[in-house]
Design a protein around this ligand. Structure first.
Ligand code: NAP
Length: 487
């Protein structure tokens, strides 16, 4: 299958934090893949900006290393990597200082698309916005890309929105949630809104419940002291899991345009019920497999921060009244897996013999949207087992791996960052969070966190390599449901 690649307009992209981990692992490799696809104009200019003392040659070397290390070896082509690195230059600048900014103003072209990627610590976001404006570097159409975390709570998110709004319009601000850049997440919208098949069933009448799982095998070692100030709720639920929930639960927008989509997502957040304490389970991993426990990784023996959480959430509107959404995320779990599972109800009347193989005696359809490690979807349907011997039923996944379906290797499916950076250049905000969405999400999360603090709740321990604390299983069992395996 030949994919259509439409080159983007001429642009200057300044990556503040151009010497950092995110630039090296995600942004630069993503840009290289777009370059190989022929999407970058010949005179695109990419400027790495940070305090490190690099000259242009050294930075080009940094760019080549990033490509060689983080892009699949099949895509390595010495000449192309060299030519790609020539698109880059480096500008030494301190976001907190006032030196050098006039030089940057001279360097950045005014008559092309301007994008400024803030790939730096959040405390520098406002400082950069202020200086871009003060030194007249950015024009009225310039776009700024803001990394996560966007605030630590509602108050800090509001402050950050207010600071950015002093210098940039909302239409210029691109708040990244890289989950939204995943192929599957966009496919979720295509599946829902480009097919007649699912939408009529997409409601409380036919959907029993929905499970959203983001499981990781890694712990927080190395960034434990940082993570300990955040925890699973702030680090994963407030942004990634809530964004996925919004896309699953939202009403069809009238148009596929950024504000129409984001309006519908916002309505979902506003329809979320407060969560009861008994509907949330928090956990901390114990030591295991020769690895430290959470408390050791966090260097805080008294920590009450969760490295795991599971919760039952209700969306109070006509479509979803009575359908629980179960969210679950954690570190040091059995497998690395992110998925959304839509579990449909049983048929209203079952005419066949009860089947031994049926899960819990139930026989329901499931639509599973896989986000990680491989992107794809499968729809579990019940069929007759082939052969004589009566009407024996079996569950068969109608499997659709995107890579296979599109006739491509898995490493050819565009990475989330790759897509999102191109969307910034194109000026398409659909896959970026709007300021009011972020604030609404914090507004829902804050009272939950405050409840834990005021009650002094402590997370339960769970074994490294497990599926989380026993109580998380019970959260489902008590309602006669069960989590899909983390395998
Ligand atoms: P990092 O590796 O610590 O890099 C930080 C970058 O900021 C470096 O290039 C550093 O370069 C630059 N910097 C620091 N202070 C500066 C200053 N005063 N003026 C100008 N530049 C300065 O961090 P990162 O992992 O790349 O993360 C960057 C952002 O992305 C953060 O907001 C993070 O939360 C977010 N993020 C990262 C990841 C990831 O996988 N890494 C994932 C999601 C979100 P110099 O020291 O040379 O100045």
């Amino acid at each position: 299958m030949v994919s259509r690649v439409i080159p983007v307009e001429r642009f200057d992209l300044v990556i503040f934090g151009g010497t950092g981990d995110l630039a090296r692992r995600k942004i630069i490799p993503g840009l290289y893949r777009r370059y190989l696809a022929g999407q970058l104009p010949d005179d695109a200019r990419i400027i790495g900006a940070a305090r490190t003392d690099f000259d242009r040659d050294e930075y080009e070397g940094f760019v080549r290393d990033a490509v060689e290390k983080y892009v699949h070896v099949k895509k390595h082509n010495g000449d192309k990597i060299k030519a790609f690195s020539k698109l880059f230059s480096y500008f030494k600048i301190d976001a907190l200082g006032d030196e050098g900014w006039k030089g940057l103003a001279r360097l950045v072209r005014k008559d092309v698309v301007q994008a400024f990627y803030f790939s730096v610590a959040p405390r520098l976001f406002g400082e950069l916005a202020k200086r871009l404006h003060k030194y007249k570097i950015s024009n009225d159409q310039a776009r700024i890309v803001v990394e996560k975390p966007f605030g630590h709570d509602l108050e800090s998110a509001k402050k950050l929105n207010a600071v950015l709004a002093e210098y940039f319009d909302e239409a210029q601000i691109y708040r990244i949630d890289h989950y939204l850049g995943k192929e599957t997440v966009q496919n979720l919208m295509a599946v829902r809104f480009a097919n007649i098949l699912f939408e009529p069933l997409w409601n409380a009448q036919y959907v029993d419940h929905i499970q959203i799982t983001v499981a990781e095998t890694v712990g927080v070692g190395g960034r434990g002291t940082y993570y300990d100030k955040s925890g699973a709720m702030r680090d994963m639920v407030q942004n990634h899991l809530m964004q996925l929930l919004c896309l699953i639960a939202m009403e069809p927008p009238a148009h596929f345009d950024p504000d129409a989509v984001r309006d519908e997502k916002l309505k979902v957040i506003r329809a979320l019920d407060p969560v009861l304490p008994e509907d949330i389970v928090r956990g901390q991993y114990r030591a295991g497999d020769g690895e430290d426990s959470y408390l050791e990784d966090a260097e805080n023996p008294d920590s009450k921060t969760e490295s795991f959480m599971a919760m039952m959430v209700h969306v109070s509107n006509w479509r979803w009244n009575g359908t629980p959404f179960f969210l679950r995320t954690g570190k040091r779990l059995r497998a690395r897996k992110s998925e959304i599972a839509v579990i449909f109800k049983d048929p209203p009347h079952f005419i066949f013999e009860p089947q031994d193989s049926a899960q819990d005696g139930r026989r329901c359809n499931e639509l599973v949207i896989h986000l990680q490690p491989d992107e794809g979807m499968d729809l579990r349907v019940t069929l007759k087992e082939p052969g004589p011997g009566g009407m024996r039923l079996m569950d068969v996944p109608l499997d659709m791996s995107f890579a296979e379906a599109m006739g491509r290797d898995a490493d050819e499916i565009p990475d989330a960052y790759e897509r999102l950076v191109m969307d910034v250049i194109r000026g398409n905000q659909t896959l970026f969070m709007r300021g009011d969405e972020v604030e609404a999400a914090w507004g829902w999360v804050d009272p939950i966190i405050e409840g834990w603090r005021s009650r002094g709740d402590k997370p339960k321990g769970y074994d490294a390599g497990s599926s989380g604390p026993e109580d998380a299983l019970m959260l489902m069992h008590r309602l006669g449901r069960r989590w899909r395996e983390i395998t």
